[in-house]
Design a protein around this ligand. Structure first.
Ligand code: FAD
Length: 527
């Protein structure tokens, strides 16, 4: 049985990039009939939909080189129009910077909350006890924990520049969790938020927490927010300062400007075309419709669903980490099985609607923190005009679900529910015809950063590293990656494989000299 040099499991963006960077020695195995993983697209009735809304965004020059190689001119760059729909009103993302149009009492609560998060309670001091000590009204209760806007109390700018959005991916995660700024070191010691919920109250204040951050994030993550930690936020999306916040409440906010507000999308062929762009550049073999069913690290073999056994020297996995551990069967020690069982994730169901009316909206994506079944609509019809047939317009309704929040219904009933809710929120009209309706399911969609994630991932990863398994990508590294990170993770995986190969070459070269030293030592002993 011929031994394969490097097997790469999964032809999503990470596996494609890994195989591309490894070159000829790679064998890329993909269970589906197309490459792309969650970056695939589906076509029906002249509409193109992605597996959940996807956009191209990166600050990394190498990713832009890859974009150029993969799609060349077949790309469409636009300034993002990201909106939130609540209280029957559209406000621009980010919520806290664009309160204009919301009911006055909501605006007041948001601004007062942000001021209190920064300076402590502004409620009049109770005169009865005469101690003059007002208590902060919001959950953190510390009264002075955080400054709210990228500037310290002393006016020094902190390391998150206003207006910079490092991660403008349209999936609503970082955008919905934008921190206002960072505490000074002195503040940090006493006020470091212990979990995501506390973070929201401390950093944004009670009003924004109540009217957007808590309901939206609960809807998206499905788990209690107190079960999540905050390392993944990384201070990446700052807020305008209090002055900007007040201005954003008094006037309509202009569209965002600058390179970070720009995003790309494939002009023709959906996100799938970006993934297919790898195909002419793969020097190794690609096998579609090929599911890996069992793995032995001891024998360095993988078994396919049809029973074929493939020996390998090096293994790169991009499949979800808990699935990988399961495929090891009894080779996985109890500690690894336990760590794997502790990994939590959220699933996403997409209901795609092909509406029989052109230009339904000018927005690109909309967040829904209230009671619609979907938490976000990705406006596929505006990602590229080529996603629509003449006179039609595509919308993708994204619904997150998990054991904590099961889908309310399924099949046609879920489609009917989405259409009903689209009418309720006013994005489509009562008489709009629906030309196409279909669904796609993403069982592993979001990795949940619960308090045990880091420990569980590192337990599994260090054990697998001892077996030379290279984990790469969003679900294999169990991290919040977008497709640009996936491209880079694939390149890193290829470099790791090369390092292992060099290590093995060196070991081979050392073998004769070790043998020679041993035999001369034996001779000395004999003499
Ligand atoms: C709702 C949502 C919105 C997103 N929006 C964006 C966005 O706007 N922009 C962006 O850049 N990114 C976005 N992302 C992230 C992006 O989809 C992921 O980063 C990317 O798909 C991860 O790539 P991957 O190759 O690591 O994993 P995957 O895409 O999951 O690919 C893994 C591959 O492995 C295959 N596989 C699994 N098991 C086996 C097996 N046993 N045998 C053979 N093959 C197997 C799968 O079929 C799949 O093709 C979004 C993700 C979600 C969930």
């Amino acid at each position: 049985m011929a031994k394969h040099d490097t097997i790469v499991i999964g032809a999503g963006p990470t596996g494609l990039s890994a195989a591309y960077h490894i070159g000829a020695p790679s064998l890329l195995l993909e269970q589906h009939d197309r490459v792309g993983g969650w970056c695939r697209s589906i076509e029906e009735g002249g509409f193109t939909f992605d597996y959940a809304g996807h956009i191209m965004f990166s600050n990394d020059p190498y990713v832009h080189e890859l974009y150029e190689m993969l799609v060349g001119d077949n790309v469409h760059w636009q300034m993002r129009e990201a909106w939130i729909y609540s209280k029957d009103t559209y406000t621009r993302y980010p919520f806290q910077g664009s309160l204009y149009g919301l009911p006055p009492e909501v605006i007041q609560e948001c601004i007062v909350g942000a001021i209190e998060a920064r300076y402590g309670s502004i409620a009049p001091a109770p005169s009865a006890n005469g101690n003059g000590n007002g208590k902060a009204a919001h959950a953190n209760g510390n009264g002075n924990a955080h400054h709210a806007n990228g500037k310290s109390h002393h006016g020094a700018k902190c390391n998150c520049d206003s207006g910079v959005v490092d991660d403008c991916c349209a999936d609503g995660v970082l955008e919905a969790t934008a921190p206002l700024g960072h505490p000074t070191p002195a503040q940090s010691a006493s006020s470091e938020p212990k979990n995501f919920e506390e973070f929201i109250y401390k950093v944004w204040g009670a009003g924004i927490a109540k009217h957007f951050a808590v309901p939206y994030n609960k809807k998206l993550w499905t788990v209690p927010l107190s079960e999540m930690e905050t390392s993944w936020l990384g201070g990446r999306v700052p807020l305008p300062d209090l002055g900007e916040m007040i201005s954003g409440a008094l006037h309509p906010t202009p569209p965002p400007m600058g390179p970070n507000a720009r995003f790309g999308y494939v002009l023709k062929g959906g996100f799938q075309a970006l993934m297919d762009g790898f195909l002419p550049h793969l020097k190794g073999n690609l096998r579609l419709n090929t599911r890996v069913d069992r793995i032995s690290l001891a024998d360095r073999r993988v078994w396919l669903a049809d029973g074929t056994c493939l020996p390998y020297r090096y293994l790169v996995s991009t499949m979800p980490l808990p699935v990988f551990v399961r495929l090891l069967g009894e080779e996985a020690p109890p500690g690894i099985v336990e760590a794997s069982a502790g990994l939590k994730h959220v699933s996403v169901r997409c209901v795609n609607l092909g509406v029989g009316r052109a230009n339904v909206t000018d927005k690109h994506w909309i967040y829904y923190p209230e009671d619609s079944v979907f938490h976000r609509i990705f406006v596929q019809g505006n990602a590229s005009p080529h996603c629509n047939p003449p006179g039609g317009f595509g919308l993708t309704c994204e619904i997150s679900y998990s054991e904590h929040k099961p889908l309310p219904c399924d099949g046609d009933a879920l489609i009917r529910r989405c259409i009903e809710d689209c009418r309720k929120v006013g994005i489509i009209r009562e008489d709009d015809p629906i030309w196409v309706a279909n669904q796609c399911d993403l069982p592993y969609a979001y990795v949940v950063y619960d308090h045990a994630r880091e420990r569980n991932v590192s337990t599994i990863r260090s054990w697998l590293t001892q077996h030379d398994v290279v984990l790469a990508g969003r679900y294999s590294e169990w991290a919040y990656y977008n497709s640009d990170h996936a491209f880079l993770a694939g390149r890193t995986a290829a470099q790791t494989v090369e390092a292992l190969r060099q290590r093995d070459r060196q070991r081979q070269q050392q073998l004769p000299s070790v043998a020679a030293r041993r035999s001369s030592a034996m001779e000395e002993l004999r003499a």
